[in-house]
Each structure stands twice: as structure tokens, then as C-alpha cells.
Write a protein that binds this ligand. Structure first.
Ligand SMILES: Cc1cc2nc3c(=O)[nH]c(=O)nc-3n(C[C@H](O)[C@H](O)[C@H](O)COP(=O)(O)OP(=O)(O)OC[C@H]3O[C@@H](n4cnc5c(N)ncnc54)[C@H](O)[C@@H]3O)c2cc1C
Length: 155
């Protein structure tokens, strides 16, 4: 079994593990936003003609803790130039063995087109740890109350 096959082999099991919030909060490690890691692409999903989801595992295979709504900064050498771009993590924190980003192709865009054309299972991408405080859980902590007003026609 090669490295890509072994990643796929582990995937169904990984996707089912640590679904309880209490378990993944304890089990997954904190990946600081200033720390780089290598991510291994294990699956690419065509969402639409110009949107792809790229699923990654960390190189050491350990689970990662993040908040829903956080983003990662990824970097790559694109045509000889080092580029960094931010992408929101599109996988749920309850599946901490996988980290995915969903990227829309931007016409003329360097990184989005490079990812669409080059990133495939077995390839690597460098990334900084999850970042950003504008998350669903942070909003909950502030206890916002949103009370929509019914339109006059319905009153
Ligand atoms: C917090 C955050 C989260 C994000 N999350 C996502 C996400 O989940 N999914 C997602 O798809 N994107 C996301 N983005 C956007 C993403 O970071 C990139 O900006 C996007 O993918 C475009 O990058 P690119 O390198 O392909 O395009 P770029 O190369 O940066 O180009 C962008 C546009 O500018 C034009 N351009 C570039 N250089 C020039 C020039 N010299 N003169 C004139 N025009 C030029 C290009 O033609 C293109 O239209 C997020 C951004 C932030 C800040």
C-alpha cells in the first residue's frame, strides 16, 4: 500500500472518530497560528465547475483543534514566487483528523488557479495554524440576541 492508498485507507475511520465535542476538545492539539506545518492532500472534491474542496491531513497524522469559522494561511511557490493566501477551514472541528479548504477559482488569480491545477492526493502544502477570532463560538460567548421583525404585510 503506497502513501496515498494508506491515507485513503484510514480516511473512513478518521472521519468517524472524535465526534463528541468533549472528546475532540481534549484529544486534538492546539496548532498555533504562527507555526508552519506540512499538510498532505488526501482528497480533492469537485464542488462546482470552479470550486474545489481540498482535504488534508497533518504530516504527523495528529488531530488538530480549530474553531468553526477560522481560516488557515497557506503558502506555495507559484511560478517561482512565494505566495500566501488565507482560506476558511471548511471541515467541521468535530472531524479533527481532516482539515479542508474550499477554493473558488478566481479569473487570473495566482494561488486559486495553482491549487486547482496542481493540488491532488499525495501532494503537500505548507500552512500556518488556524487563525481568526470571528467564529461562531466566539459570537455565542457574547450572547447576541437577534430578533427579526416580521414584515408589515405579515403582521
Ligand atoms: C480570511 C480570509 C478567508 C478566505 N477564505 C476563502 C475561502 O474559503 N475560499 C476562497 O476561495 N477564497 C477565500 N479567501 C480569498 C483568498 O485568500 C484569495 O484572495 C483568493 O483565492 C484569490 O487568490 P489568488 O491568488 O487566486 O488571486 P490573486 O493572484 O491574488 O488575484 C486576485 C485578483 O486580482 C487580479 N490581479 C492580480 N494581480 C494583478 C495586477 N498586478 N494587476 C491587476 N489585477 C491583478 C487577478 O486577476 C484576480 O482577479 C479568503 C480570504 C481571506 C482574507
Amino acid at each position: 500500500m503506497n502513501c496515498v492508498e494508506s491515507m485513503f485507507h484510514q480516511l473512513p475511520q478518521a472521519a468517524d472518530r472524535l465526534t463528541e465535542a468533549a472528546t475532540w476538545k481534549q484529544g486534538a492539539r492546539h496548532w498555533p497560528s504562527g507555526e508552519q506545518q506540512t499538510l498532505m492532500c488526501c482528497r480533492v472534491i469537485d464542488e462546482t465547475h470552479d470550486v474545489k474542496t481540498f482535504e488534508f491531513r497533518t504530516e504527523d497524522g495528529l488531530p488538530v483543534r480549530f474553531e468553526p469559522g477560522q481560516f488557515m494561511t497557506v503558502w506555495a511557490d507559484v511560478h517561482g514566487q512565494r505566495l500566501e493566501r488565507c482560506y476558511t477551514i471548511s471541515s467541521p472541528p468535530t472531524r479533527p483528523y481532516l482539515v479542508s479548504i474550499t477554493v473558488k477559482r478566481v479569473p487570473g488569480g495566482a494561488m486559486s488557479n495553482w491549487l486547482h491545477e496542481n493540488m491532488q492526493p499525495g501532494k503537500q502544502l505548507r500552512a500556518y495554524g488556524p487563525s481568526g477570532t470571528f467564529t461562531a463560538t466566539a459570537s455565542l460567548r457574547q450572547r447576541f440576541c437577534i430578533c427579526p421583525r416580521a414584515p408589515a404585510s405579515l403582521r
